[in-house]
Ligand binder design. Sequence first.
Ligand code: M6R
Length: 606
Amino acid sequence: MGVFGYIGKKNAVPILIEGIKQLGFQGFDSTGLAVFEEGRLWVAKSTGKLTELENKVNARTFNSTVGIGHTRWATHGRPCDENAHPHIDCRGDFAVVHNGIIENYLELKEWLLAEGHIFRSETDTEVLPHLIEHYYDGDMDTTVRKILQKVEGSYALIALSCKEPDMLVAARKSNSLVVCQGEEGCYLASNFSAIPEHTKNTYVLEDEEIAILTDNGVNFTDFQGEAKDKILYEVNWDASVVEKDGYDHFMLKEIYEQPKALRDTLGGRLTEEKVVLREVALTPEQIASFNKVAIVACGTAYHAGLIGRTLIERWAKIPVEIDIASEFRYRSPLIDEHTLTVVLSQSGETADTLAALREAKRLGARVVAITNVVGSSVSREAHDVIYTWAGPEIAIASTKAYTTQIEAMILLALFLAQAKGTISQEWIREIITELKKLPDKASEIFKQVSKIQQIASSIKDSACTFFVGRGLDWSVAQEGSLKLKETSYIHAEAYAAGELKHGTIALVTECTPIIALATQRDLYDKTLSNVNELKAREAQVIGITFEGNESFGQAVDEVFYLPETINELAPILTVIPLQLLAYYVSLARGNDVDRPRNLVKSVTVE
Ligand code: M6R
């Protein structure tokens, strides 16, 4: 989750501990550090609170002036001391801390094992020190460049060696890394917040750049070894903003992290023509034996499950039931060994979801969990786990967990459809191509944030709002309305657009903003006629649709156009303006955006 490094004139250990503490504001499950001490590398790791690590290092005195540190949020491998960073090679000569995901680690690990390397952890990162050990040619700089040719994926990494303890080598691809130069040494961190306050001379590492730090300063090269000229920034940030990477709130930061979270969740799970879910150990025969899928979750995770229901039925042709977890057990569900149960939970600790999982297992069902927290109760108790690689979600209003849960549901639906042969190869290829484009399309949406701010200020004083849509848009409408009510405290309800006229439309007046979603092309006309009914009651209608749907754009009062994608993937894009809307309305009303009243992040009681 966070990497940190120091080389200079001062004792490295207290600096590393402070850096780890600052990185820890982003959430972590374990921590660790490595320093060069008495001619060798000295490594300490611990699971849980930082005080555990402090107790280990306080047990002795250090004179080291170089070291690396890490805060981990488990991805590959559960949270435990062995999986905490830094990771070392067989002899303990090289130590590496790493943020990101090494997508081809399994192939690399198999090859290294065959070459006689001994692994101690379940992580993807551990291949890095072993690769350095294998290719070390007496020069850390060229060795790190050489091993990066073999590695696919994303990383911000720092390597330390007892063979060249007068330097730290760092590299970046798709994960942030800054280098700061102070009077007393050079610092490296994935997040500027970890850098001591008085050190503001900062370089920002770009993708495919390497930094070589010594106690004299820092040099930069590209991956080919060509020297790079870098701009030196003088950073003067308020520390509380820095904690949130410059964003005013965690909710906003997490909304903006979605392109990366989406990319990471797809990482290593797609080829050009198929979904690869190594973590779901179901054979095609087992999949064929399921006559039903049962989806169970709470809140936002339940809303992601609604999308999953449609996609599994549409693609894998298996009937799906979906339940709110707190209702599941008490309606005596008809579940047995022919039911595939899918539980979704960001935290993996929600009491009702956990109880539903246990009930499904008791009834003989196979349980697949979709969760964001490695080692959580849900992940430990399910038969198979698909992790969303969203990183820690700190704001109470769930955002990046939702979009990555939908992505995981899409992968699962395709995986089941592939195994059953219920979907053509051509269609799978098209969906995969579109899936890979989604993170960039999600980024595109942020260019129109001023439009959302304007809509937010027009609805901020409303007493009541409705979110409407048909098909998958109705599922997203339910998440949009939850987001608005939990952050802004404005009454918001979601309705299937065609259902309004069966009663609810009586509530609509010119004072009722309606957020109408229209991304399902086969339902465009029907949604348009529902919007016209609302307009006839003088409602203020804000439309969200794809670029090119001009007739809808003209029918509503305000329109937000989304970059185009296929119908089934639309929910991932559609929800982003709704999340931003909730954020800006909450802000305008002066609410505590990250900690709305009466709510906790994880509901661990029934
Ligand atoms: O950790 P979980 O995904 O199991 O949590 C489920 C809900 O409590 C959660 O999604 C909640 O609805 C969020 N506050 C919504 O933003």
